[in-house]
Ligand binder design. Structure first.
Ligand SMILES: C[S@@+](CC[C@H](N)C(=O)[O-])C[C@H]1O[C@@H](n2cnc3c(N)ncnc32)[C@H](O)[C@@H]1O
Length: 284
């Protein structure tokens, strides 16, 4: 299992020290967004809402059909469904979707359609008014062919007048300079009074635009017992110009290219490196 997960991480992006620990009997290795991360995901988000407010405004009052790619535990999906929209929420992590489903009452279950699939390869009967690739989820499309496959799938699923919104953050200069690697430590309160100590290793590979993101998590339970697990992961940081080309290549026209949710142009000095792109199919 450990070997299989490690194989999915591009060469050199699984911290060598973490790999040694992963061989110990009591240290499990988990792919990103599986059980250990899913259970703590909402605690990590700390009530982040700005994007949700933006999507609700964009959709308006009339009930529409939305597809959220990488919908996770429903941070965006659920408020949109509560506002009356039908939301297909696609994710390749069953455990993220388990957390999502645990939050839905009978009424919401009718408007939330979970789809367990990779965002590079899905085929649904519905066509959508809006497809959302929010909160840096584009970073998980590590290879050029993944990005092309995903955007082509989106194009095939949009209604003629539908919109595709992608929301990402540009990496900070300090992230890009972190070519030797560094460790960060944090403590988090999780469900069931568990305290999670997290040692995060990050390292940026400038040539491949890939950031290693490996976690060593130590969960201390209320009875004093501890569990250890390692999560090797990686993110790809596309450039703004690359996003423009990718959308053009997949048959989209960019409607707005903004530096925040208020619609400020991306290039404006007042913006901080967020990128919110709205695109629609060409020839519409
Ligand atoms: C940063 S989380 C975002 C979750 C949610 N959209 C939010 O804003 O809180 C990224 C989500 O994308 C999912 N994901 C990552 N790679 C994926 C892929 N290739 N196909 C489908 N889902 C993927 C993860 O399981 C995770 O739930």
């Amino acid at each position: 299992m450990t070997k299989k997960i490690a194989k999915e991480i591009p060469l050199g992006l699984f911290n060598a020290e973490f790999q040694k620990l992963a061989k110990l009997r009591h240290v499990r290795t988990e792919a990103d967004y599986k059980d250990g991360i899913s259970d703590f995901y909402d605690a990590l988000q700390d009530g982040y809402q700005q994007d949700v407010v933006f999507f609700l405004k964009k959709l308006g009052k009339k009930p529409l059909t939305v597809l959220e790619l990488g919908g996770g535990t429903g941070r965006i999906t659920i408020p949109l469904a509560k506002a009356g929209h039908t939301v297909y929420t696609l994710d390749n992590s069953q455990s993220m979707q388990r957390v999502l489903m645990s939050k839905l009452d009978g009424k919401l279950k009718k408007r939330v359609v979970p789809v367990n699939a990779p965002m590079t390869d899905f085929s649904l009967d519905a066509r959508f008014d809006l497809v959302i690739l929010g909160l840096n989820t584009v970073f998980y499309l590590l290879k050029a062919e993944d990005r092309l496959a995903c955007f082509n799938r989106v194009k095939a699923h949009l209604k003629k007048n539908g919109r595709f919104i992608i929301d990402l953050m540009l990496p900070r200069v300090s992230d890009l300079q972190n070519t030797r690697g560094k460790y960060d430590f944090s403590v988090l309160d999780g469900p069931g009074n568990t305290k999670r100590l997290s040692l995060t290793f990050t390292k940026y590979d400038r040539k491949r635009q890939l950031q290693a993101l490996n976690f060593l998590s130590i969960d201390i339970k209320p009875d004093g017992k501890a569990e250890f697990f390692i999560t090797p992961s990686a993110e790809y940081y596309p450039s703004p110009g690359e996003m423009k080309l990718l959308l053009a290549q997949c048959g989209f026209k960019i409607e707005s290219f903004c530096g925040d949710y208020k619609g400020t142009p991306f290039e404006d000095d007042a913006t901080k490196g967020d990128l919110v792109i709205t695109a629609r199919p060409k020839n519409t």
